[in-house]
Design a protein. Structure first.
Length: 534
């Protein structure tokens, strides 16, 4: 049928249909234009160098631009207009958006300042755990620049060594909250998070065996892997603490510091408890001694100038309430015997019994301090034994018998009761803990009485210390009896003395005559051994 032959009604319907189709086509075209315009958004990136704006589609992947930070600053990521941190490297844009580059003061990597410090006794304590306080001190020492401080944490006093460091961490927004807990051991997650805060964080979905994506520190761990601080397979347990030697090795790696394999004490100075043959020595030297250097092709360093650690000690010294033996180089002797004293790998003296060592160090820490002379410390130890124990009758040892000292000392410190041998053993342990070559004696006192005391050889003679006699006879001073006094009381401080006493008894010489004979030797300045060429 021809169109001209169609009925008028059908013609009108066809015209309407065509009009609808045309309208739909027009609407679709308009919709496409509107949709396209609505899918277009502007994204602006603001950096220290200026700003850049681009127009993108919401379907486009927008790559976040690389940023070169100004000198002494690090770029740590982008923040949007709401202040939210953006850590993704690419994303879709669904609205007009402005991103601002975020910078933070950088950590010093060109020069190598010290960041791990000796304690008040000059010790570096390689095998003790790093505290949050020490971590804050390290960060502060490494900052290229400081920001204006805005208060501190409630548990950090201005006099504390970490106060400046914690104030900076608070001002930089790295650590939030009201308390810092400075004396707590820092965990690996906390330490890694602190250092990751100075770099552009990454959250790339790296899989770890030790930490999950929802755990605290995960993003910091991803950042650490991206920066080459460790691999996903070697990542440390996040909740574990670390020793100061482990911390030094890790932070050196973060800072890109290596080591100078040819270091000597001339460049480093003595770290008393960390000898050059210790595995921790190189890492600690890098961390504890400020220096300049140049990098070698193999990645090692050659130190150019340094600020060596000042030598503090030489000879027998009490450090940290423990006896040490410092050599001429200022380093503590470790793992060997010296004059009857054994020094363990930590550099401190041991009696051979760790339980007794712990008791001795605890008592000496309580009754002595660094302001006292050695003799004042010895007197304090003597007075402690006199005042804190009670006499009871118990086992008597044979004359000349040895090997009872540790047992008697432990029992005395535990029960606070004992006889003369117990008193002698307790003072013997404390005196040796102070560095005196004390001897506990099971001997004979005139007139022929079994007795225990302590003797110490100083200068050219023995001195007698009898804590039990003074305990049971208040006011009768038996501290450091010299020749005049110990001969008077009949102590036998040397073999020749005992031999001549026995000979005198065999010859029928009275005690009074025998004592007078020895006193005459005292006043002439000779001991029996000196007189007889012994």
């Amino acid at each position: 049928m021809k169109l001209s032959e169609m009925e008028p009604k059908k013609k009108r319907l066809l015209a309407v249909f065509c009009g609808v189709v045309a309208a739909l086509l027009l609407a679709a075209a308009v919709g496409l234009v509107v949709f396209y315009k609505m899918a277009q958004h502007t994204v602006t990136f603001i950096t220290a160098e200026g700003s850049t704006t681009m127009t993108v589609l919401s379907t486009d992947w927008v790559e976040m631009p690389a940023v070169e930070a100004p000198e002494k600053l690090n770029f740590t990521g982008w923040t949007d207009a709401r202040g939210s941190r953006e850590t993704r490297s690419s994303l879709h844009i669904y609205e007009d958006t402005v991103y601002t580059a975020h910078y933070i003061t950088a950590l010093e990597t060109e020069t190598h300042p010290a960041y791990l410090f000796e304690d008040e006794d000059g010790l570096f304590r390689a095998d003790e755990n790093l505290t949050r306080s020490e971590a804050a001190q390290a960060i502060y020492a490494l900052l290229c620049g400081k920001v204006e401080e805005d208060g501190n944490f409630a548990d950090v006093d201005a006099s504390m060594a970490c106060a400046k460091g914690t104030a900076q961490l608070k001002a930089l927004g790295i650590v939030e909250g009201t308390h810092f807990n400075p004396e707590d051991d820092i965990t690996w997650a906390e330490l890694i998070d602190l250092f990751a805060s100075f770099y552009c964080r990454v959250n790339d979905g790296t899989e770890f065996e030790v930490i999950r994506a929802k755990d605290y520190g995960y993003e910091a761990y991803c950042t650490a892997v991206s920066l080459g601080w460790f691999t996903a397979e070697d990542a440390p347990e996040p909740e574990n603490s670390m020793t100061r030697r482990e911390a030094a090795e890790f932070i050196n790696r973060v800072l890109g510091r290596s080591s100078d394999p040819n270091l000597t004490l001339k460049e480093t100075g003595p770290m008393p408890d960390c000898a050059p043959f210790d595995d921790a020595y190189i890492a600690f030297a890098e961390a504890a001694v400020s220096h300049t250097c140049e990098k070698n092709e193999d990645g090692s360093e050659t130190w150019l100038e340094s600020e060596p650690i000042t030598q503090r000690y030489e000879g027998y010294v009490i450090v940290g309430n423990k006896l040490r033996d410092a050599g001429e180089d200022g380093l503590f002797a470790i793992g060997y015997n010296e004059d009857g004293f054994f020094f363990v790998d930590s550099g401190s003296f041991t009696s051979g019994n760790t339980e007794l060592d712990d008791v001795v160090w605890a008592i000496l820490s309580e009754i002595t301090d660094s302001s006292m002379t050695q003799e004042e410390k010895l007197r304090a130890a003597y007075d402690y034994v006199v005042a804190n124990f009670k006499y009871i009758g118990k086992h008597i040892y044979e004359e000349g018998e040895t090997g009872w000292e540790v047992k008697e000392a432990l029992e005395m410190f535990e029960t606070h009761k004992g006889n003369c041998y117990s008193f002698a053993a307790a003072f013997w342990a404390l005196a040796r803990g102070l560095g005196y070559d004390a001897q506990a004696v099971s001997g004979i006192c005139a007139p022929g009485t079994e007795h225990g005391w302590v003797q110490i050889f100083e200068g050219h003679q023995w001195y007698i210390y009898d804590t039990e006699i003074e305990n049971t006879n208040p006011g009768l001073d038996r501290f450091k009896l010299d020749r005049t006094r110990y001969y008077t009381w009949g102590y036998n401080p040397d073999p020749q003395y005992l031999y001549e006493l026995e000979q005198s008894e065999a010859e029928g010489i009275t005690i009074a005559e025998w004592r007078e004979k020895y006193l005459s030797d005292v006043y002439t300045g000779e001991t029996p051994l000196e007189r007889d060429g012994g």
